[in-house]
Design a protein around this ligand. Structure first.
Ligand code: GLU
Length: 284
């Protein structure tokens, strides 16, 4: 029997959820239900410095309040061994290099801006740093892409895509503080959790190019993707965790009807003060 269609909602517990997250969760939930599939909740608490354990309970309560049934899979903080092993594999393949540049140094030296900020200019690839206690490890994207040849991936809403992993530059794979990067952790987890349709906002469209490359390098199965539009506030900007009050938890505690809110979001009845913008953060 083929694996059931499986989607996930993967929030980071560094701030309360807002309407944009509610919309993301609803899209992922409904996509799975449409096919009689599974909808997973994964707490992305890889960033030990910024994650707050109590928010995971808040997120569960928010989803229930919206009327969404989910299965929870282990949080990222319990999966560090798999991240370490994968990073070691990539390193053994000669595809990671140590980097000691600070964010400020990268910003000052970069000549290209990518969708997520300055593109790493390859300083430490050209001039390997002297032994450093605690470097970050970056993926040599050019070499990795050469090894894999041309790759494609499929977005359910935008059709076939040619992978352009160089778009984000030599991304960090292993961090000093977190420890694994979002790219490595999310790619491994989606495979381990049996996710068949990676459903998330269009602001992560560019990340998919690098995730596709990592899947091939690490021998992981290829899912499909579903990048949905983003909710914009009255100022036309994407909603942000801290900027746009109130949070889902505020609304829930104030006695608002979560299922009615979910209905409004599903039917894009944005008397909620937000609108759906399909173009926000989407690359050409
Ligand atoms: N943890 C990410 C966030 O909260 C989501 C990552 C993803 O859906 O791939 O923005």
């Amino acid at each position: 029997m083929p694996a059931p269609l499986t989607t996930r909602f993967a929030p980071s517990p560094n701030g309360s959820l807002h309407l944009g997250h509610a919309y993301a969760a609803i899209v992922a939930h409904d996509r799975a239900m449409q096919d009689g599939g599974r909808f997973l909740l994964r707490i992305e608490d890889i960033d030990g410095m910024r994650s707050r354990a109590e928010l995971a309970d808040e997120f569960r309560a928010d989803l229930e309040w919206l009327g969404l049934t989910f299965e929870e899979v282990p949080a990222q903080s319990t999966r560090l061994t798999s991240y370490r092993e994968a990073a070691q594999n990539l390193r053994a393949m000669g595809l990671l290099y140590p980097c000691r540049c600070t964010r400020a140094e990268v910003a000052a030296a970069a000549t290209l801006q990518g969708p997520d900020g300055p593109i790493y200019p390859g300083t430490c690839l050209r001039n390997p740093p002297l032994a450093s206690a605690d470097p970050v490890w970056r993926l040599d994207v050019e070499q990795a892409a050469e090894l894999c040849g041309s790759l494609t991936w499929f977005d359910e809403r935008r059709g076939p895509q040619a992978a352009r992993p160089a778009m984000l530059g030599d991304v960090v794979i292993w961090r000093r503080d977190a420890p694994a990067s979002y790219h490595l952790a999310a790619t491994l987890d989606d495979a381990a959790d049996g996710v068949t349709v990676v459903t998330r906002g269009a602001d992560l469209f560019a990340a998919t190019h690098i995730h596709r490359l990592l899947q091939v390098l690490l021998g992981l199965p290829e899912p499909r993707w579903h990048h949905h539009g983003l909710l914009a506030g009255a100022d036309g900007r994407k909603l942000a965790k801290r900027r746009d009050a109130p949070s889902l938890a505020d609304r829930r505690r104030a006695g608002e009807d979560g299922r009615a809110l979910a209905y409004a979001l599903r039917h894009t009845r944005f008397d909620t003060g937000v609108s759906l913008d399909e173009s926000l953060d989407l690359l050409p």
